[in-house]
Ligand binder design. Structure first.
Ligand SMILES: [Cu+2]
Length: 414
């Protein structure tokens, strides 16, 4: 059972000045919640804020009525107590408001929600919370001369509000003292628009051990990990005694043209956190060769294909509308979802995801995707695939290519 009190407060976000903020059980940000697979969880959310909001459990597999979507607003003075059973692999999730999502997140409504599971807990990974296993909530904010949060919107940028001051766990110019050879960082991009390309100032390599869905099957050696809004990554970095290692965000690859990119943060680089290693470091066990077995839907079981053309402010040509439902997915079935970014912005990017679900509602279809706008694709033999067509109610065979199969059943992104 968790109690989350959404409240107004003041916090010293910039040194020497206090800022009006919102927080959860405190003036800014919220506590880290932690639960284990199999736990039954109830969260009592009390809204003492002057505006309606709600809290969404980002990445959690749960029933829709516990999800905290924008259709489940908590009015000022009201409370909401969803319950569910944790049934997914160990992962670094987070919680944040919905409704006026960006504004409320920018004011400070966010926290981590860590899930543990037996298979993951048995691994010899750094796991002492706050010691060698450190959550990092990364946000960019903009302040006016009086230290107030600046809510003005750029006239040029089309992708939201970019800040010019970086806060990590609500702290300006942060450092952490570490006393172990290996340190695990759970990175969360809790910004409203900014994309970070995270690595170390000295270019050192580290191990990526987990992403949004939880731990990987095996650690992957890399020197950069790019995180868009809401994304998480777990990395493990090795330190030498007495050194200082600086975690930095480098210029991200946004896939835009140079002009657009400039106003979307493509030329920005920030130091995020200094890791100060003690003069003597405790030894940590080496990372295991394999981490956890892959779970989730198998692509070979997919019975339905949905295609999503992502525009700047629309999906398949229509903008979000609370009064309309475009896709209805049944619980328990397996589908392939194919996403595509607009050709004008990026021509080569396609990604395919398998998700659970089943039927569709033809009458709610927005408009068919023009066949000329995509590459030919194949539906594997023996599989039913459906195209997004308003006139078609039964699945038909189609060509398609598909690559990966990953997670997600009842989760809503956003
Ligand atoms: Cu979300």
């Amino acid at each position: 059972m968790f109690d989350l009190d959404l409240q107004q407060g003041r916090a010293e976000l910039l040194p020497g000045t206090t800022t009006e903020t919102w927080g959860i059980n405190g003036p800014h940000l919220g506590p880290t919640l932690r639960a284990e697979r199999g736990d039954e969880v109830t969260v009592n959310v009390d809204n003492a804020l002057p505006q309606a909001t709600t809290i969404h459990w980002h990445g959690m597999h749960l029933p829709a009525d516990a999800d905290g979507g924008p259709h489940q607003m908590i009015e000022p003075g009201d409370s909401w107590s969803p319950s569910w059973t944790i049934d997914q692999p160990a992962a670094s999730l987070w919680y944040h408001p919905q409704g006026e999502t960006a504004d409320h997140l920018y004011r400070g409504l966010a926290g981590m929600f860590l899930l543990d599971a037996q298979e993951a807990s048995a691994l010899p990974l750094p796991s002492e919370y706050g010691v060698d296993d450190i959550p990092l909530i990364i946000q960019d904010e903009r302040f006016d001369d009086d230290g107030r949060l600046d809510f003005s919107q750029s006239m040029i940028s089309t992708i939201g509000r970019l800040g010019d001051e970086i806060l990590v766990n609500g702290t300006y110019d942060p450092y952490v003292e570490v006393a172990d050879r290996l340190v695990r960082l759970r990175l969360l991009n809790a910004s409203t628009a900014r994309i970070y390309d995270i690595g170390f100032a000295d270019g050192r390599e580290f191990d990526l051990i987990g992403t949004d869905g939880g731990l990987l099957e095996a650690a992957e050696r890399t020197s950069r990990v790019q995180l868009s809004v809401g994304e998480r990554a777990e990395i493990v970095v090795e330190l030498e005694a007495g050194e200082q290692a600086v975690l930095r965000s480098f210029e991200p690859d946004l896939g835009t043209n140079a002009f657009e990119g400039r106003f979307a943060g493509a030329e920005d680089s920030f130091d995020l956190l200094a890791l100060r290693a003690a003069d003597e470091l405790g030894d940590s066990p080496d990372l295991p060769a394999t981490l956890v077995a892959k779970e989730g839907p198998q692509e070979s079981e997919a019975s339905w294909l949905r295609r999503f053309e992502l525009g700047n402010r629309d999906i398949n040509g229509v903008q979000m509308d609370m009064a309309r439902i475009d896709e209805v997915v049944g619980v328990g079935a397996t589908e392939v979802w194919e996403g595509r970014t607009p050709p004008a912005r990026r021509t080569t990017s396609t990604s395919t995801t398998c998700a659970s679900g089943s039927s569709t509602t033809p009458e709610s279809r927005p408009r068919p995707i023009s066949p000329g706008s995509r590459t030919p694709s194949t539906c594997p033999p023996g599989r039913w695939c459906a195209s997004r067509s308003p006139s078609r109610t039964t699945p038909t065979r189609q060509s398609r290519t598909c690559s990966t199969a990953t997670s997600s059943s009842t989760r809503t992104a956003g």
